[in-house]
Design a protein around this ligand. Structure first.
Ligand SMILES: [Zn+2]
Length: 326
């Protein structure tokens, strides 16, 4: 991987390369934008470009030299990724960065500190970092990564250069997937839809598993639409869904929400917006057999259930109540 191979966000790529070429490298940066658009990959690529021993004339890292490889495997002493320790990035973590940030690089040209989920830095920790952001040493670079820029303190925001990452356009994502993964066309397009502009998401979704979950979720929706004749069936579905492991249950909820969103769009004939485009005809049949508010009510009830999940509620009972009271 080098800058040239990164997907999307061409403007940021060029901006960073220009800054390096002109030797006007910013030392305090914020990478912002929705989850999964490649902010961390960009940050690591930036680190490689600054430390590569065999950089080409286009400023692409070689990915082969010892520095590039050590950055890729997380072993490079001058590139550190700081992630929240538990819920927050703690002041001790920030202090350990401040202590070493002014030292000369240990094995490369630049020290790079990448704070993941920077919005989870508490005020005290953020304040501790302010002075370093304001007067960074010339051989160190601090990158704060966040999907929620507004959650960073204004004082942090004003001391950093912000680069806003955009979702990756569908056709760019499609081309990337086509070039790297062979799949039936329909599945590839569905994956692009599900990823919603996030390359990280596209790579994390197992499309076969998604299709299985979707099939099961559609059974639930169909039974709900046919309500009166399907009471026993609905109770069975609530039972088997309610008893799934929490992680699996969350994935099912996500699938149901996507289908419900598609159904709501179809109710108002916004076919262009739907994600599960390959089953449009079937979804239209469901819409035609349901009352106007059914899907909205179901969405609202499932959202309420989702909010209650951290309280360890009895999921099976909650689902039974929802399914039978629509
Ligand atoms: Zn290299």
């Amino acid at each position: 991987m080098s800058f040239a191979k990164l997907v999307g966000n061409q403007v940021i790529k060029e901006w960073i390369q220009k800054a390096i070429r002109q030797k006007r490298i910013p030392h305090s940066l914020v990478f912002t934008g929705q989850r999964g658009v490649g902010k961390q990959t960009f940050a690591l690529e930036f680190a490689k470009t600054l430390n590569c021993k065999l950089l080409d004339s286009e400023l692409n890292s070689c990915d082969k030299c010892v520095n590039c490889q050590r950055i890729t495997t997380g072993q490079f002493a001058d590139t550190r990724i700081i992630t929240p320790d538990g819920q927050f990035i703690k002041i001790e973590q920030v202090r350990s960065v401040i202590e070493e940030v002014y030292y000369r690089p240990f094995e490369g040209n630049y020290r790079i500190y990448i704070f993941e989920n920077a919005e989870r830095m508490r005020e005290q920790a953020a304040n501790a970092l302010l002075k370093t952001l304001e007067e960074p040493p010339s051989t160190s670079i601090i990158i704060l990564i966040t999907s929620s820029l507004d959650s960073l303190l204004p004082t942090i925001q004003s001391r950093t250069i912000k680069l806003a990452f955009s979702p990756i356009p569908s056709n760019t994502l499609k081309n990337y997937l086509d070039a790297n993964y062979t799949r039936p066309e329909k599945e590839q397009n569905l994956l692009v839809n599900l990823a919603q502009g996030s390359i990280g998401k596209a790579l994390s979704i197992d499309i076969t598993e998604y299709l299985e979950r979707r099939k099961y979720s559609l059974e639930i929706l169909e039974a709900i639409v046919k309500q009166k004749s399907q009471k026993t069936r609905l109770l069975k579905l609530a039972e088997s869904l309610g008893r799934k492991e929490r992680k699996e249950f969350d994935l099912f909820l996500e699938t149901l929400f996507l289908l419900l969103s598609d159904l709501s769009y179809l109710q108002i004939s916004l076919d262009m917006k739907i994600i599960n485009f390959d089953i449009t005809d079937y979804l239209v049949t469901l819409v035609n057999h349901s009352s106007r508010d059914l899907f909205i009510n179901l969405s609202n009830s499932l959202m309420a259930l989702e909010r209650d999940l951290p309280r360890n509620i009895n999921r099976q009972m909650a689902l039974e109540k929802i399914f039978l009271n629509l």
